[in-house]
Design a binder for this molecule. Structure first.
Ligand SMILES: Nc1ncnc2c1ncn2[C@@H]1O[C@H](COP(=O)(O)OP(=O)(O)OP(=O)(O)O)[C@@H](O)[C@H]1O
Length: 314
C-alpha cells in the first residue's frame, strides 16, 4: 500500500470494463488515491466515470486489471471493504413514501457503527426536513439526503458520483465546503463529475477520462500547465483587430472577431494583456467587457476533446 511514502487507499491498475454486447466502457486505466486526498474523475457524459466508480464500489467485477480499496479487492472481499466506505450513487432510489428521518433511520439500521441520524442530516443542511417525504424533496435536497446516507457510517473512503447534480449554486458550494471538511478530517474522496468548476474547487488530483481512457492526470496545475490562457474584450466602433499590436508576436495562438468582441488564446498571458492594455491606454480606447483568465481545467478539457477529434478525423 505504500508507494512514494504515501498510503494509497485506492489503487487501480489497467482497469477494464466490458458490457454485454462487447462494448468496452473502461479501456485500461490506472491511478491511485492517497489517504486524505480528493481525487476527481472528470469526463463528459459517457466517458466511463460511473462504470469505473461502480467497479471501485465492488458492484461488478472488472473485465481486466486490478483494484485495491483499503488493500482489498472490493468485489471479492466486499465484506471487508463495504463497512469502511460510503457510497453516493448517481440515483439514490429510496422509497418515495418514507420521510427523511425514516429513510435515515432505515439506512442507519443497515450501517455498522452508524452516526446519529440527526447529526448527519444537520451536516448536509436537512435539519428542518425530518418530517418531509422523500417524494416531496427537491432534486437538490434528494442529493443531500443521498450524501447524508453515505456519511452515516463515518466512512474512511467516500465515493461520490455527480454529488451536486440538481443543486443550486448555494447548495453546490455548501456541498463543496462539506466535502473539503471531510477531506481535512482524513476522509479519502473519489469524486466523479462532469462539472469542471467542481473539479477545480475540490480536486487535489484528477484524471480526465475520455472514451474510457485517461487523457490527462495530475494536480489541476499539472493538467492545465502548457494550456493557453484566454482574453476577450469589445472594441469600440471604428476600431478593428488590425489596430491592435501584432498579436502573433505576443504569444497569441489564435483569435476571433465577431464585429465587436475579440476573443484570443495566448501562451503568454502577461505579455499579451500588458500590450493590449498599454495600446488601449495610449489610444484612449475604452475596452468593453474585458475578461482575462489563466489556463483552466476548461481549457484542458476542451483542448483534449479537440485534439482527440482531430486525431480521429485524420
Ligand atoms: N449496462 C450497460 N450496457 C451497455 N453499455 C453501457 C451500460 N452502462 C453504460 N454503458 C455505456 O458505457 C459508456 C460509459 O458510461 P458511464 O455511465 O460509465 O459514463 P459516465 O462517464 O458516467 O457518463 P455520465 O456522466 O453520463 O453518467 C457509455 O457509452 C454508456 O452508454
Amino acid at each position: 500500500m505504500n508507494i512514494d511514502g504515501h498510503e494509497h487507499v485506492i489503487e487501480v491498475t489497467d482497469l477494464r470494463r466490458v458490457y454485454g454486447g462487447g462494448f468496452e466502457a473502461v479501456r485500461g486505466i490506472s491511478f491511485s488515491v492517497a489517504r486524505g486526498e480528493i481525487f476527481a474523475l472528470l469526463g463528459t457524459n459517457g466517458a466511463g466515470k460511473t462504470s469505473t466508480v461502480e467497479l471501485l464500489e465492488g458492484l461488478a467485477a472488472p473485465a481486466g486489471g486490478r483494484i485495491r480499496v483499503l488493500g482489498h479487492d472490493p468485489f471479492r472481499e466486499r465484506a471487508a471493504v463495504r463497512p469502511r466506505t460510503g457510497v453516493m450513487l448517481q440515483e439514490g432510489g429510496f422509497p418515495a413514501e418514507l420521510t427523511v428521518a425514516e429513510t435515515a433511520r432505515m439506512w442507519a439500521g443497515c450501517t455498522t457503527g452508524a452516526r446519529p441520524e440527526a447529526e448527519v442530516l444537520d451536516r448536509v443542511g436537512l435539519a428542518d426536513k425530518h418530517g418531509v417525504r422523500v417524494k416531496q424533496l427537491s432534486g437538490g435536497e434528494r442529493r443531500r439526503l443521498d450524501l447524508a446516507l453515505a456519511l452515516l457510517g463515518d466512512p474512511e473512503v467516500l465515493f461520490l458520483d455527480e454529488p451536486t447534480t440538481g443543486l443550486d449554486a448555494e447548495g453546490r458550494r455548501d456541498t463543496w465546503t462539506l466535502v473539503r471538511a471531510l477531506r481535512d478530517q482524513g476522509t479519502t474522496v473519489l469524486l466523479a463529475t462532469h462539472y469542471l468548476e467542481e473539479a477545480e474547487h475540490l480536486a487535489d488530483r484528477l484524471a480526465i477520462l475520455h472514451e474510457g481512457r485517461i487523457a490527462a492526470s495530475g494536480t489541476p496545475a499539472e493538467v492545465t500547465a502548457g494550456r493557453p490562457s484566454r482574453m476577450s474584450f469589445e472594441l469600440p466602433p471604428g476600431y478593428f483587430p488590425g489596430d491592435l499590436p501584432p498579436l502573433a508576436a505576443l504569444g497569441v495562438c489564435d483569435h476571433e472577431y465577431d464585429g465587436r468582441t475579440v476573443r484570443l488564446r495566448t501562451r503568454e498571458l502577461q505579455r499579451t494583456a500588458t500590450a493590449v492594455l498599454t495600446w488601449a491606454e495610449r489610444a484612449g480606447v475604452e475596452l468593453g467587457a474585458l475578461d482575462v483568465r489563466s489556463a483552466s481545467l476548461e481549457e484542458a478539457f476542451l483542448g483534449i476533446a479537440r485534439e482527440r477529434e482531430e486525431v480521429a478525423a485524420a
